[in-house]
Design a protein around this ligand. Sequence first.
Ligand code: DSN
Length: 452
Amino acid sequence: MLESGQMANPTTRSIAEMGWSVLMRNDPGLGALLDAEARYQTTSLSMVASASVAPPSVLCANGTVMSNVTAEGYPGARYHPGAVHFDGIERLAVERAKSVFGARYANVQPHSCSSANLAVMAALLPRGGKILALDLDSGGHLTHGASASVSGKYYEVARYDVEPDGSLDYDKVLGRALDQRPDVIIAGASAFPRWLDFARFRAIADRVGAYLLADISHIAGLVAAGLHPSPIDYAHITTTSTYKQLAGPRGGLILLGKDYRRSAPDGRTELWKLMQSAVFPGFQGTPDPSSIAAKARALAVASSDGFQSTMKRVVDGAKALSDELVTLGYDVLAGGTDTHMVLVDVRASGLTGVVAERALEECGILVNRNKIPGDSLPPTLGGGLRFGTNIIAQRGMGPFEVRECAGLVHEVLSGVKVLDSTHYELEGTLRESVRDRVSILCARFPFRFEDE
Ligand code: DSN
């Protein structure tokens, strides 16, 4: 006879249902926080550029019995028993990653793109070897050699920068490469709204005998949808996170294109084999089978026509946002955007990035502060805002609604009374008035998922 809490013939669904009912009954405080977050996401206007919303099927795949599987190694070559289903799931995720990105090799085990980048660097660079990467203050990423990151502590770092207007001068990148002779050049950014010319980066890397690492975390959805040129066959190695624009779980991927069998720095090992050992046992122990299942699901969604339409809406929305912000008098960097991202200098409005971010957040609009080229403010303040259209496109908003979003942003920023670099007041009933209209807009455009 079954005791309370026991289940006969459990299925993934019945375990999830039982889990929810136990959690809500026995841990209502935690349950309430989780539900509050679901409501918050539904009713906030998020334009955080490094975020997308995972469809319910991806979230489900991320919270299953696969979390109970401990199995180091790779499919068919594990160091623990009991991985038969995990092997199937990991093989599926690998095949889908290869198919979505046109890659010859995929590693789906990195716990994040940060760990993917660090694993790649550890494998390619000698101790104290040299990286050439976009400076953090120019829109680079922490793991591309920033001084606060392991990548900046363990390797010598040379930097290239964007121009004062936010564009990239590839002749200057070549000049830096010739001068600095790096082992690895990184093409990738967390705040750069224009296309990256991966062919040009590869030519530069070949000229100085460096490996090219492309980190496409921010643009992976556009690359998957064919709306940004793919680095896969230009870069020796491509990395990406799976949540920023792929609407997947927290995690990373390593992808190799036509150079997958090229020899690694030791002159013998093929690059794909180097990546296998770089992730495990080089950088991680056990993989996370649940997130790998969720990656498999997200990659299936990313290959759908619906995802492609969403990505098209992402780009159209970003262009409309950029145009409207320019019309409203804002200084949009890099002269606009080719991607999902719009960078705005808010200093001319007498604001710091953090004041602008907090004022917008109070009104239900989520956009994050960012440093901008030539910014003397520290990253905690920042002189700019970084907008992204991933989530509003997932809601189905087109250029008309995006202009409405820009108008709401402008209304808030125009109504901020700045007290100092971090403190401000909002005029009269501005907060309530904007919040109401944000709620109405969000209700008109609930999340629409490609997998429904
Ligand atoms: N790299 C951070 C960003 O771009 O927002 C988050 O992962």
